[in-house]
Ligand binder design. Structure first.
Ligand SMILES: Cc1cc2nc3c(=O)[nH]c(=O)nc-3n(C[C@H](O)[C@H](O)[C@H](O)COP(=O)(O)OP(=O)(O)OC[C@H]3O[C@@H](n4cnc5c(N)ncnc54)[C@H](O)[C@@H]3O)c2cc1C
Length: 462
């Protein structure tokens, strides 16, 4: 639209926003994008990428210990937290520059500024103290860790954002939460030698995942030395004269730690952006309400990614961006597909999962077949590590369609990515059975579990 400064203005330079800006610009659209903090957003700066680097760092002590069974003598190792943080910073700065360059290289204009919407076609750039006009506006402002103002002493707590950049590695940490971020950080800190306690109000960590995985991961984490307190919350946090923290948890136990990290959920970034002023509809949880095409109640304003609180994952934000481009700029209305999303939890051991859990499948299908194997991965035979791997397929007894695949063990995330393809394609257990195994691998178990371990018929295990 010639009357506006831009065909598209994107607010938020994270996974979803950058993808939409780059692809729209490559289509020849006049595109502007504003990022108030750092290009790359949560995933690159304080999410997936630094998290995975820290997971790698935290795995070395087990690798050193396991090496002995293979004949290696590894001298006593030492770890330097500041080196890890500095190297992580270097890598995320490199990625940040690539993200910005990709937008500009495609012909988009990238601003370093907070942005707010003052009219359905007008965006105010606070950092530049000026307004720009746009035909279409895309909100991709992501989310942030949920605070806990009702917790006495909450001001002493940190969130995942700060955990990446602590000045010093704590000797002891308490992490409150039972979602994947809490679980991953518990494993990271434990692996780096920190005395770690996970406090979770629910019955079992990682709700929404298959119960078998949850239980077995819980047991394995405890065996490694991570303390897990379920059905527990912290009641207050107090600073001690020596600078450490006391945390009272359910049941009256006081934990003395150096850091308390809250990982109790994430909330969408929608405040102070002028959204109420223009009458933009929100959901009850404060997310931006969108239709199946990511369009808000205002025709030319769209929203994607974590700010819409659909599925909070990087590939989902990127997929929603691509669907938005099809719909808004290619005349090909495309609704994002949120079914059967393969995902991983980078716990230790790792979880890889796709499709329905056993409990969810049982609610939807009258006859379920469960194929389940637990075994010691080959790499642990010589290392002597007492750690089992779990593989589980959830199959519809009537059609034999594989509804869910759940793995706990080394490289489970990598396997889940590949399993995402047959499950998305709706393949059956017979297709799995016809597939030749790759030997010797752990993954071969997925195509060699010929007989169901048990059935669940009308909710009853038989
Ligand atoms: C610790 C952690 C680990 C994670 N690990 C994984 C993982 O392993 N795999 C995975 O798939 N996902 C993971 N995620 C989730 C993933 O990071 C998010 O789903 C993804 O980044 C969402 O992308 P987005 O574009 O919606 O938002 P974001 O990436 O959050 O980007 C939003 C951007 O908007 C900016 N912004 C906000 N308001 C304004 C404004 N008014 N003006 C200008 N800019 C603004 C923010 O600064 C931010 O950079 C993790 C998240 C966390 C916190």
């Amino acid at each position: 639209m010639a009357g506006y400064d831009y065909d598209l203005f994107v607010i938020g330079g994270g996974s979803g926003g950058v993808r939409a800006a780059r692809v729209a610009a490559a289509l020849g659209k006049r595109v502007g994008i504003a990022e108030e903090y750092r290009y790359g957003g949560t995933c690159v700066i304080r999410g997936c990428v630094p998290k995975k680097l820290y997971v790698y760092a935290s795995q070395f002590p087990e690798h050193f210990a396991d090496a002995a069974g293979y004949g290696w003598t590894v001298p006593e190792a030492s770890f330097d937290w500041q080196t890890l943080v500095a190297n992580k910073d270097r890598e995320i700065s490199r990625l940040e520059a690539i993200y910005k360059r990709n937008v500009e290289g495609a012909g988009g204009e990238a601003f370093h500024s907070r942005a707010m919407i003052i009219d359905p076609h007008v965006v105010h750039l606070l950092g530049e103290d000026r307004a720009v006009t746009a035909d279409q506006i895309l909100i991709a402002t992501g989310g942030r860790p949920a605070a806990h103002p009702a917790l006495p002493g909450h001001e002493h707590c940190i969130f995942s954002n700060e955990a990446f950049d602590l000045k010093k590695l704590p000797k002891a940490i308490m992490i409150e939460g039972g979602g994947y971020i809490a679980v991953e950080f518990a494993n990271i800190f434990h692996g780096l030698g920190v005395d770690t306690t996970l406090v979770y109000r629910g019955k079992e960590i990682l709700s929404r995942f298959d119960m078998d995985l949850r239980r077995m991961l819980h047991e394995t984490m405890e065996k490694k030395g991570i303390k897990i307190l379920c059905h527990s919350v912290s009641e207050w946090i107090r600073k001690r004269p020596d600078g450490r923290l006391d945390a009272l948890v359910t049941g009256g136990k006081v934990l003395t730690v150096d850091q308390v990290m809250l990982a109790i959920g994430r909330i969408p970034n929608t405040e102070n952006m002028g959204l109420e002023g223009i009458g933009l509809e929100m959901t009850k949880t404060g997310a931006i309400a969108v239709d199946q095409y990511s369009r808000t109640n205002i025709d030319n304003i769209w929203a994607i990614g974590d700010v819409t609180n659909r599925v909070q994952l990087t590939p989902v934000a990127i997929h929603e961006a691509m669907c938005f481009i099809e719909t808004a700029f290619k005349g090909n209305p495309t609704a994002p597909d949120h079914e059967t999303i393969a995902t991983a939890v980078f716990s230790q051991p790792e979880i890889g999962t796709v499709g329905l859990s056993e409990d969810d499948a049982v609610k939807r299908f009258p006859d379920i077949e469960i194929y389940r194997a637990t075994f010691r991965p080959m790499r642990h035979t010589l290392s002597g590590r007492d750690e089992k791997m779990l593989m589980k397929l959830v199959v519809d007894g009537a059609s034999k369609r594989v509804l869910g695949a759940h793995i706990l063990g080394p490289d489970a995330g990598e396997m889940a990515q590949l399993l995402g393809i047959p499950l998305k394609a709706g393949l059956t257990k017979d297709d799995f059975d016809r597939t030749m195994a790759v030997h010797p691998t752990a993954a071969e178990e997925l195509v060699t579990m010929y007989k169901p371990t048990y059935h669940v018929k009308n909710g009853q295990r038989v």
